[in-house]
Design a protein around this ligand. Structure first.
Ligand SMILES: Cc1ncc(COP(=O)(O)O)c(C=O)c1O
Length: 437
């Protein structure tokens, strides 16, 4: 496959259309997928659908595809694992080599105090288990603390911490939670909480995304995170950093919290790692057998092998440096576009965790749709934000192609009376549809 955008059919194409109708009927999840069916044929940052359309992917499968499509290092792993089953084993009860190696690889790229990890199946489970680890430590816990606009996943414990969209929580019972503002007042709000509402040992944890993902790619200030860390440390309250979306290298450091010169007590990781992981000091994890477990946790052998290789490849191919370099280049070019297209605002980011806002949610939705029509996959988040989160292997040429397409789409979609019609519009018209997680 040639790594080049090529749109040959209407989107969705004739092969995708009936399959999308089928999944819409039978999928228990609420959302309709993006209007094409992936073929998994792809190379670099380019991926084809089953109609033969080739897209430039600036969404990285919601941040979970750091090495792009059909990376030779990962294909080599696939070859090694091709001839044996089961591919998932009961890893907490019957361990395997990959379990040990992946934890060692994670610890190798984490600050020294992190010397143990518990592997699970998803980002939400990583958060769920971070909460449980914290609760075992705070034995008198009455509530947890998260931030306004936070997204931590959809299982009930993680969802209790989530606070980004009402639809994600409606009618679901919640753990007791308090919220902090995502700004420099957070530490004093936390301090107030401790003085007025509870003793420090009654606060189960504070959980924070250093860069809020789903909530709108809001970057915490150094001052905010450092003062929150100070208060939690002073009172012995476990601080959890949710690194599921931007951790493992996207920001140009292994963990986004490193940019803020803080070290949390617990890290929740997922997405780019290919499995979920709750990472902390061994002393924080419960000692009793069975206090934390899961059938497949630590036993999804191929996923763990992919995670091990992903870390190796990020190191070997100096992809942290590429995230920094490509991210700076993208922000520079986006900033230049923003000077002439006034509907585009607030370009921001660290490394390849980049975003910008559009003047209105409608402008944002139209832009994302137009980009897809022209072969670039983008994701929204927050109310009017566009995420710019390509795979770590992105080249300068790919960035230039993206910027060119973006400029065309900006010119077109901000014109008075601009409106999308047709099947692509019918699939993507709900604004929440394009800012899902
Ligand atoms: C910051 C953050 N935490 C947790 C999650 C949940 O991860 P998963 O969807 O793998 O359960 C997500 C998913 O988008 C996320 O962005």
């Amino acid at each position: 496959m040639i790594p080049k955008i090529s749109i040959k059919t209407m989107i969705p194409g004739p092969k995708s259309l009936p399959k999308l109708a089928r999944i819409k009927k039978i999928n228990g999840g609420w959302n309709v997928p993006y209007p094409f069916v992936q073929s998994r044929n792809g190379v670099g940052c380019y991926v084809a659908d089953i109609d033969g359309n080739v897209y430039l992917d600036f969404s990285s499968q919601i941040g979970s595809n750091p090495l792009g499509y059909n990376h030779p290092d990962l294909k080599e792993v696939l070859r090694r694992y091709a001839s044996r089953t089961p591919i998932k084993i009961a890893g907490q009860d019957f361990t395997c080599q990959e379990h040990i190696e992946l934890i060692e690889s994670i610890l190798d790229v984490s600050p020294k105090q992190f010397n143990a990890a518990f592997l699970v199946n998803s980002g939400a489970e990583a958060v769920e288990n971070a909460i449980k680890v914290a609760m075992r430590h705070q034995k008198l816990a009455k509530f947890g603390v998260s931030f306004e606009n936070a997204f931590h996943g959809r299982t009930l414990g993680a969802l209790s911490c989530t606070n980004s969209k009402a639809v994600q929580k409606k009618h679901y019972l919640s753990l007791p939670m308090k919220r902090l503002p995502f700004n420099v007042n957070a530490a004093s709000a936390l301090q107030d909480l401790i003085v007025r509402e509870a003793a420090p040992e009654e606060v189960a944890f504070v959980i924070v995304e250093p860069i809020q993902g789903e909530g709108g790619y809001n970057i915490a200030s150094k001052e905010m995170l450092r003062s929150v860390r100070q208060v939690t440390k002073a009172h012995g309250i476990p601080l959890i950093c949710d690194e599921v979306q931007v951790g493992l290298g996207r920001t140009g450091e292994w963990w986004s919290h490193e940019h803020f010169s803080i070290t949390p007590d617990i890290i929740a990781a997922g997405k780019a790692l290919q499995v979920g992981a709750t990472i902390a000091n061994r002393a924080l994890f419960p000692n009793e057998p069975g206090a934390l477990s899961s059938t497949w946790g630590g036993g999804h052998v191929l996923d763990m092998a992919m995670g091990i290789q992903t870390i190796k490849t990020i190191k070997k191919r100096r992809l942290l440096t590429n995230c920094k370099r490509a991210g700076s280049y993208l922000r520079k070019e986006l900033g230049i576009l923003g000077q002439t297209h006034l509907a585009m605002q607030n370009v921001r980011g660290i490394g390849l965790a980049c975003a910008f806002d559009m003047l209105t949610p409608n402008f944002r939705d139209n832009l994302v749709m137009e980009m897809l029509k022209n072969g670039v996959i983008l994701l929204g988040c927050g109310t009017k934000t566009v995420r710019v989160i390509p795979p770590f292997i992105i080249t300068k040429h790919d960035c230039d192609v993206f910027i060119g397409k973006l400029e065309e789409a900006l010119k077109k979609t901000v014109q008075k009376g601009f409106k999308h019609t047709g099947p692509i519009h019918d699939y993507m018209k709900v604004s929440t549809r394009i800012s899902k997680n």
